[in-house]
Structure formats: C-alpha cells, structure tokens
Design a protein around this ligand. Structure first.
Ligand SMILES: O=C1O[C@H](COP(=O)(O)O)[C@@H](O)[C@H](O)[C@H]1O
Length: 252
C-alpha cells in the first residue's frame, strides 16, 4: 500500500520531502560510507533547491560529500544544454554549493552524445554500468500524462515498461521533447530500497485522479504504485490532489 504526504500552507512540500530524504541519508550512512540516490529532472529540481539550498536548517544537515547522485532519466543532449537534467540540477543546486562541499554526480558520457544516434544504446549501457548494485532512494516525478522517469504510457513505448533485464534503456521518439533520452526501467525501481514521487500544482490534478481513483495501470506512475507500493511514498500538495476522490491521507 502506497503512502501519501500532503503538504499545505503550514508545511511546505520541500520541507517535508527534505526531512524524509535526510532520514534516508542518515539510515544509509549508518551502515555504508555513501548515500546512493537517483533523482528526476523537471519540477523536482526546484523542490530540491528549495529544500537543500534555500532552507538553511535542512541544508546544514546534508552530508553532500557522502552523496552519490544518479539520474533516473537524462535527455541525450550536451550537459550544458537547457534540456539536460544534469544541467538543470547543476544550475539550481550544485553551483550554489562551495566546491569542496559537493556530492559526486554521475552524468551520461558527453562524448557519446556527440558521436550521434548509433551511440545512444551505448550511452544507456555505460550508464547502467556506473549504477550501484542497489539505490538507497529514488525520487520520481509524475508528468501530466502519467509518465515517470522517461517511461511513457502508450503502445509505442511499451518496450520500455516490458523490459525485464536491462536497468537503463534508450527511449526513442519521446512524446515530450527532446526525443532521445535514457531511462531507468522497472527492474531498477523494484530493486531500490525506497521510492518517492513528487507532484505539485494544478497541472497534475487530472492525472492524480487517474492514478489514485481509477488505478489505471496503463500509466507508468500507477504501475509503479501497483508493483512496488510497499516502498512508495507520494509527496503532493493540496492543489495537485484536488480531484482525487479517495481520502488520500488515509492511504498513509
Ligand atoms: O521529462 C521529464 O518529465 C518528468 C516530469 O516532470 P515534471 O516537470 O512534470 O515534474 C520528470 O520526472 C523527468 O525526469 C523528466 O525528464
């Protein structure tokens, strides 16, 4: 059963997400030297900035040195391209940290990006090789169409959801630009210790109704709930869940 934490005027989503990430940081660092975390791009990046750069109390508790950060998906573009998830994270978070206090961040191989389309499957294979055996935490977004990572709904992208062995794949002809991406797959999510979803704002209202009330398993987000619900927590705000008929608090 998934859990949901609904933020409101009193407790912001970034605060509650930040506190829960720190809890998992502390758990991981009790038994290991590194906290292995994978993050999404999109709106999540600004939530992370609000939590760990702008909120000074939370920021003071982050052991950046011990964080290994991976991406659950990345657009196949140069890292300084405005569409790059790494580029967005660098601009919003990394550039605000002193150089001696930065996490280790694992990017796609930029040289392979320059080599063109024939290299795209290799970008995915190489990224899979640098992933740890198990991630402590993955933080996912939820697109208004129900996609998460670069796992999109619809027949043309079914091959990504059907994958049973590879942990990272090339996503071609993405319905949302840019068209070429890499994405982690369901086996990777299933093997992670904990999964957080973050969804905020009115653009997510219809899809939240589809996911929580209709439990439409054609939607990758709903499928993740269905398959791995016991380790899934949703961080949402009031606005995003306005059309959800279920008492979302009671699924805690
Ligand atoms: O394209 C992407 O979109 C999703 C959702 O983004 P959001 O801005 O609607 O939160 C994101 O999780 C993913 O990493 C990104 O590449």
């Amino acid at each position: 059963m998934v859990r949901a934490i609904v933020s409101n005027i009193e407790i912001s989503l970034s605060k509650s997400l930040g506190e829960h990430i720190l809890k998992h940081q502390d758990i991981a660092l009790k038994s290991a030297r590194k906290f292995n975390l994978a993050i999404s791009g999109g709106s999540l990046i600004n939530v992370l900035r609000a939590a760990f750069i702008e909120d000074k109390t939370l920021a003071s508790k982050v052991d950046w040195h011990q964080w290994n950060i991976f991406f659950v998906d990345e657009r196949i573009v140069p890292l300084d391209n405005p569409d790059s998830n790494f580029g967005a994270f660098k601009k919003a978070v990394l550039d605000s940290l002193p150089e001696n206090k930065r996490p280790t961040v694992y990017t796609i191989d930029e040289q392979l990006v320059k080599d063109g389309k024939d290299s795209y499957p290799l970008i995915a294979m190489e990224y899979e090789k640098i992933l740890p055996e198990k991630l402590d935490l993955v933080i996912l977004g939820c697109g208004p169409d129900g996609h998460t990572c670069s796992l999109f709904p619809g027949e043309s992208h079914r091959y990504l959801l059907d994958e049973k062995a590879k942990k990272v794949m090339w996503c071609q002809d993405s319905p949302k630009p840019p068209s070429d991406r890499i994405t982690v797959t369901l086996p990777l999510l299933g093997n992670s210790n904990e999964i957080f979803f973050v969804a905020e704002g009115s653009s997510k209202q219809d899809i939240m109704h589809e996911i929580f009330d209709k439990e439409n398993l054609e939607l990758p987000c709903a499928l993740v709930n269905h398959l791995y619900g016991n380790k899934v927590t949703w961080f949402v705000n009031d606005e995003a869940v306005k059309k959800v008929e279920k008492d979302i608090q009671s699924i805690n």
